[in-house]
Design a protein around this ligand. Structure first.
Ligand code: GTP
Ligand code: MG
Length: 206
């Protein structure tokens, strides 16, 4: 039987950079020109299958970028296995905001968190303010994954999530698991095939 894992993923970034649009493209392969700004956070799941038939189920927390929701973010990133920090390539201030989120993750999130910096809206390249070189150099210096996407055309979207899936520790022993989907539950990926051994239901491999 092929291996199945599940990981918590959080999206962070300034309002209107396209976090919800990226998730909508990834989960439903749709795009909306007039999306409402997210209130609080939204939860969705999507599974990717790697070449070796390993499946990785992402439990996705799409956070609200508006400043008034900022204090909620730690609840979503605290136990996340991976984070996609999004900026809009047509707004250089959104990269500054992304850097602020990355510093906060580096200080406060799980030290093993996999972070991807994502420059969205490549279909608007004519209005580009953030060069690929600048963003890529910053990502390299900070040891982050980096990619560009267009939620509108779909360019790069599945690629970035697949790249994250490949970077996650798919060989790690299955840790204990708690309520799925709730923020603040199990902090690491779960091997869904692994059955608890009789009498060892509380065993923790952490
Ligand atoms: N042209 C273009 N527009 C996009 C793209 N992604 C998102 N948008 C548009 O940008 C606007 C904001 O997108 P959202 O996905 O709501 O942004 P968000 O980051 O979730 O915003 P908050 O929920 O407020 O944090 C919407 O009008 C989208 O249609 C893209 O790749 N290209
Ligand atoms: Mg949103």
């Amino acid at each position: 039987m092929s291996k199945q894992f599940q990981f918590k993923l959080v999206l962070l970034g300034e309002s209107a950079v396209g976090k919800s649009s990226l998730v909508l493209r990834f989960v439903k392969d749709q795009f909306d020109d007039y999306r409402e700004s997210t209130i609080g956070a939204a939860f969705l799941t999507q599974t990717v299958t790697l070449e070796d038939q390993t499946t990785v189920k992402f439990e996705i927390w799409d956070t609200a970028g508006q400043e008034r929701y900022k204090s909620l973010a730690p609840m979503y990133y605290r136990n996340a296995n991976c984070a996609v920090v999004v900026y809009d390539i047509t707004q250089s201030t959104s990269l500054d905001k992304a850097k602020t989120w990355i510093r906060e993750l580096q200080r406060q999130a799980d030290p093993n968190i996999v972070i991807a910096l994502c420059g969205n809206k490549t279909d608007l390249a004519a209005r580009r303010q953030v060069s690929q070189e600048e963003a890529q150099k910053y990502a390299e210096e900070e040891g982050l994954m980096w990619g560009e996407t267009s939620a509108k055309t779909g360019e790069g979207v599945s690629e970035i999530f697949t790249a994250i899936a490949k970077k996650l520790p798919l060989t790690a022993p299955a840790p204990k698991t708690t309520a799925r989907g709730a923020p603040g539950s199990s902090g690491r990926g779960v091997d869904l095939n692994k059955q608890p051994t009789a009498g060892q239901n509380d065993a923790c491999n952490c």
